[in-house]
Design a protein around this ligand. Structure first.
Ligand code: NAP
Length: 269
């Protein structure tokens, strides 16, 4: 099997990576940085986000698994002391593949420029370039829903619902649900300006179109990458056709990961 290991780059992650590569020697495993069938990310959830974007052009052929060099993560759910066991499992080649939904993002421009296409594993946000109030019309499935005023909007995947979305008061969504969630970032709500104020969960056959009213330069963040877009007409968000595939060697249910991350991992009991 063809593999690659992506490290966060710190000393601990690099030494785990080197140890794993040594274990792979003299086995059927072939290191392949271009077309790996399995990508092992060593670091944190942030490292797995980077690995995902590095291989987002071949999601149908690549499965991901993460080793967390900090505390347990949502995407990186193996601990450093388990890395030898993980490599044995990978060499055995027996694993289930579980798939999580992604967001498809299309940025449309006012000029002749072609729309730009993006994909997010956690979330996509939309803000102004200078932190002024974003004023934008929100349409759901082609129908005007509200005019938003505030810091910005965040559209997250179910697996990203535990990240920025959670800090914005969004719901935690099980990744078996093919949905996206729209949350407000500090909306202005008074007698004059009104938004729904609650996170909205959209099914896969609904899409969300956000059209800035005054601003034309928009900052988007897609997972860990922030980009400035000029002359933006609108941005469309929907559940992507592609999915991320995780190599699963043992059960680790989503709600247990939520419990262990936010309630207690047993170490403080
Ligand atoms: P970062 O600022 O270095 O790390 C953000 C934190 O979010 C890290 O602790 C990371 O875990 C954690 N994280 C990432 N994905 C997660 C997930 N799906 N569920 C729970 N926690 C998750 O940034 P980064 O490492 O480049 O990651 C970018 C992410 O940061 C964005 O996608 C966004 O979700 C998140 N973020 C959160 C806030 C907030 O909560 N107020 C604000 C901005 C951005 P690890 O330590 O395991 O890497």
């Amino acid at each position: 099997m063809r593999y690659n290991i992506v490290s966060k780059g710190d000393h601990k992650s690099n030494s785990i990576k080197e140890n794993m590569e040594t274990q792979m020697q003299n086995t059927e495993m072939i290191k392949d940085t271009e077309t790996p069938e399995i990508v092992i990310s060593v670091g944190g959830d942030g490292t797995l986000l980077e690995a995902f974007h590095k291989y987002s052009y071949r999601l149908a052929e690549t499965a991901f698994v993460g080793v967390h060099t900090g505390h347990l993560g949502f995407y990186a759910d193996w601990l450093p002391h388990e890395s030898d066991k993980l490599i044995e499992e990978i060499i055995d080649g027996e694993y289930d593949v579980i798939k999580y939904p992604l967001i498809d993002i299309t940025v449309n421009y006012n000029d002749e420029k072609n729309p730009s296409q993006h994909i997010a594993l956690n979330e996509a946000t939309m803000k102004t370039e200078d932190n002024t109030t974003l004023v934008a019309d929100v349409s759901l499935r082609g129908k005007h829903f509200e005019r938003f005023r505030g810091d910005g909007l965040c559209i997250s995947t179910p697996s990203g619902s535990t990240a920025y979305n959670k800090a914005l008061g969004g719901a935690l969504i099980h990744p078996s649900l093919r949905a996206i969630q729209l949350t407000e970032i500090a909306s202005i709500n008074n007698r004059v300006f009104r938004t729904v104020g609650s996170p909205l969960v959209l099914p896969a056959h609904h899409y969300c179109l956000i059209t800035p009213v005054d601003q034309r330069t928009i900052m988007t963040s897609i997972d860990h990458v922030t980009t400035k877009h000029h002359n933006v007409k609108s941005i469309e968000y929907k559940v992507a056709k592609e999915e991320i595939r995780f190599a699963r060697f043992r059960p680790f249910p989503f709600w247990k990961r939520v419990h262990d991350s936010f309630i207690s991992d047993g170490r403080d009991d």
